[in-house]
Design a protein. Structure first.
Length: 338
């Protein structure tokens, strides 16, 4: 990269309503015991009927801008990673641009499912590294509760709603993003998808009747893929960054299943205090998982100048992404303000 690019500030927001495993026991044939042992999830947040993705994204964005000390008017680009946009078009990024008053910012959405935030970081960083832009707001936001089949116990226990944001900008030489790994294998497209509502199968009374606007997943296949790709993507990101596993200070993995995270952690040989886990409280928030976990880690004072952070995610597509970020010395935890 021609210019070093890093994260200047983060923010997150989750809806107030909590749905616990015990609540789900009353809705489908499941148990708190099954959900906790198979996934590690205990509760998740659910947006109300009036709340859309852009509403959650707005709250996270305001917090990230405040902590970074950058105003909305200074933003050059807003990039929203989501599979649950407010509508097909205009993009959720445009809705946000208007609400934030980010008058000079270009805006677009990015569809890469759970690794969407990492795809977004990689995309936004290129604009800054090239010198075209200075400040880019990247957001991962989902209201997965709106595309969940609440009668399907295989999926409805897994997901939650939330938003996380990061302001990207130039940082000192040697800091910032040291590597990016992005990948896709579209042959796995049938493992996680929504059957109807697109141009292949537009919405009709029949598709609504058949509940085809909710997500379908082959959990076992996604699980196997996830364990494999978490290992290969993290190894590649570490190697490309020119560091070793021992240099990793904090792993911020996609929060889908504790067993998947544990497998990656074991392979990397990391101790538990070097891993951020919040899926017990939020479930899988797809593209919002990593930025929410990152923001919480920063608020808790777990990130320091010079630390090497590793993000890794996998998801529908199938897609994956990983990045190594050296936290800028000029962004100390003490700067974090609510
Ligand atoms: O962000 C990417 C999105 N997706 C993922 O990351 C998903 C990755 N996959 C997973 O996390 C796991 O595969 C699941 C948590 C989805 C499922 O765990 P599993 O250990 O792979 O269970 P399974 O699908 O093999 O199902 C085991 C049994 C089945 O019963 P039978 O066929 O053995 O009688 C299921 O019907 O558990 C049953 N089951 C449940 N039982 C109680 C499935 N869901 C539930 C449930 N409560 N909620």
């Amino acid at each position: 990269m021609t210019r070093s690019v890093g994260i200047l500030g983060t923010g997150s927001y989750v809806p107030e309503r909590v749905l616990t495993n015990h609540d789900l026991e009353k809705m489908v044939d499941t148990s708190d015991e099954w959900i906790v042992t198979r996934t590690g999830i205990r509760e998740r947040r659910i947006a109300d009927e009036h709340t859309a993705s852009s509403d959650l994204a707005y709250e996270a964005a305001v917090r990230a801008l405040k902590k970074s000390g950058i105003s909305a008017e200074e933003l050059d680009l807003i990039l929203v990673a989501t599979v649950t946009p407010d509508m097909f078009f205009p993009s959720t990024a445009c809705l946000l641009q208007d609400r934030l008053g980010a008058k000079k910012a270009a805006a677009f959405d990015l569809s890469a499912a759970c690794p969407g935030f990492i795809y977004g970081l990689a995309t936004g960083a290129q604009f800054i590294a090239s010198g075209l832009y200075r400040y880019v707001l990247v957001i991962g936001v989902e209201t997965l509760s709106k595309i969940t089949d609440w009668k399907d116990r295989n999926t409805c226990v897994l997901f939650g709603d939330g938003a996380g944001a990061a302001v990207l900008g130039p940082v000192e030489d040697g800091a910032g993003f040291l590597s990016f790994v992005l990948g896709a294998d579209g042959s796995g497209k049938d493992h996680l998808y929504i059957p109807a509502g697109g141009s292949r199968k537009p919405a009709t009374c029949e598709t609504v009747e058949a509940n085809e606007h909710t997500l379908r997943m082959n959990g076992r296949e996604v699980f196997k893929f996830a364990v494999r790709v978490m290992n290969s993507a993290t190894d590649e990101a570490i190697e490309k960054a020119g560091i070793t596993r021992e240099d990793i200070d904090l792993l911020v993995p996609h929060q889908a299943n504790l067993r998947i995270i544990d497998a990656a952690v074991e392979k990397l040989g990391l101790s538990s205090e070097k891993v951020v886990v919040n899926l017990d409280r939020y479930g899988n928030m797809s593209s919002a998982s990593i930025p929410v976990a990152l923001d919480e880690a920063w608020e808790e004072g777990r990130i320091h100048g010079g630390d090497h952070l590793l993000f890794v995610a996998f998801g529908a597509g199938l897609t994956w992404g990983a990045t190594v970020l050296k936290w800028s010395e000029s962004i100390a935890p003490s700067q974090a303000k609510k």
